[in-house]
Design a protein around this ligand. Structure first.
Ligand code: ATP
Ligand code: FE
Length: 352
């Protein structure tokens, strides 16, 4: 079967057509640039931009993929968690299409989609089997999930304040770098000395695998106190701060993940997702951690780590493959979009 998938939970308007064997037949993404002037995503602007771009994007996707409406078997869309305006726009648009084409609508949890992305046949020659440990790290999320099966997820720990991407973005902004700051900070850090500054390691050495990054941000703010006018900040000093910050946040993440590995001793795979997974320094240390514990490390290509519609379609396929064997095809047309939607609630789908 073929699924048309839509993602609109943040600032990327995305749609894709994916076949039940995981083959991606077409994909379109519009990354909203409107937010650059504001130094962060403005929810109202994002929702309006999704509304503006979706109809054209979906039409051109079908045209270019040479797929007609009668070949689409179901429509999937993100129903949460995320910026609720955009989620309402995308899911309502998808529901309207599903009703008019008389095909099922499948509401997808965005975090579940990140968690199942590593199983996409497109990213590995062999199928990744359950269970595995997933470290999800993006602008809005930072959590460690034990992925036992489709619909069976255990939240091992998460951030108690900022997400890692948020910390990268805020520190980058303090250093005068453009938004989104993560990639710019990584580039600047290459010029610096990572041992130049000792910064706090929040929660380091404590039990569990929760994360905390706001103290790190304050430490950088204190270092920059004498440079209220950023034009007086020497580039070499900015680079040392960037490198020290990147090292500290990575050290903390690795320490927390070591606990997560102990909490899920059966796992032989460490996987990652989310935009921060683009960071080469972090990725190197994640890879090293995995090898220390004889685990396989899997990082999807960056286009599948950041928000995308392929993962939404793939999650619908994983769900359909399970539910169809139970002689039950879901239609989530009544599902109400949610700004928060814990993964622990996902198993209810299979409890019929
Ligand atoms: P969501 O949290 O809803 O999944 P998002 O748009 O915030 O969505 P992503 O698109 O997955 O998240 O990732 C964007 C984040 O990743 C930004 O915070 C960005 O700074 C960070 N990021 C991207 N590249 C790098 C990098 N090389 N180093 C560090 N952080 C990075
Ligand atoms: Fe995301």
């Amino acid at each position: 079967f073929k699924i048309l998938a839509i993602e609109s939970s943040c600032d990327d308007t995305a749609c894709a057509i994916i076949r039940s064997d995981g083959m991606v037949l077409g994909e379109k993404v519009h990354s909203q640039k409107e937010h650059v002037h504001f130094g962060g995503v403005v929810p109202e602007i994002a929702a309006r931009a999704h509304m503006h771009h979706l109809p054209f994007l979906v039409n051109s996707l079908l045209d270019e993929a040479k797929v007609s409406w009668c070949q689409i078997d179901a429509i999937a869309a993100t129903c949460g968690p995320g910026l609720i305006g955009g989620v309402i726009v995308g899911s309502s648009f998808a529901k309207g299409l599903a009703l008019s084409k008389k095909i099922p609508f499948i509401g997808i949890n965005h975090i579940e989609a990140h968690a199942l992305t590593v199983r996409l046949p497109d990213i590995s020659n062999k199928k990744i089997e359950f269970p595995y440990l997933l470290f999800l790290t993006s602008g809005g999320h930072c959590q460690c999930i034990y992925v036992d099966d489709v619909g069976k997820y255990q939240h091992l720990g998460g951030t108690i304040d900022d997400a890692a991407g948020e910390a990268f973005d805020k520190v980058a902004k303090m250093l005068g770098l453009p938004w989104p700051g993560g990639p710019a900070l990584e580039a600047l850090a290459k010029e610096g000395n990572e041992n130049a500054f000792i910064m706090p390691h929040p929660l380091y050495g404590r039990d569990g695998c929760d994360f905390s990054f706001s103290g790190l941000k304050t430490a950088v703010a204190n270092l920059l106190e004498p440079y209220k006018d950023l034009s007086c900040l020497p580039r070499s000093l900015a680079a040392d701060i960037a490198a020290s910050f990147q090292k500290t946040i990575t050290d903390t993440i690795i320490n927390r993940l070591e606990n997560a590995i102990q909490m899920a001793p059966k796992t032989k795979i460490l996987a990652t997702a989310g935009g921060v997974a683009a960071n080469q320094y972090l990725k190197f240390h994640l890879m090293r951690l995995a090898s220390q514990y004889n685990m396989e490390f899997i990082a999807p290509p960056i286009r599948y780590c950041t928000d995308n519609a392929v993962m939404i379609g793939w999650t619908a396929i994983e769900i359909l493959k399970k539910t169809i064997t139970n002689n039950f095809i879901p239609n989530d047309i009544d599902l109400i979009p949610r700004p928060r939607w814990p993964l622990s609630e996902m198993k209810s789908r299979f409890e019929h």
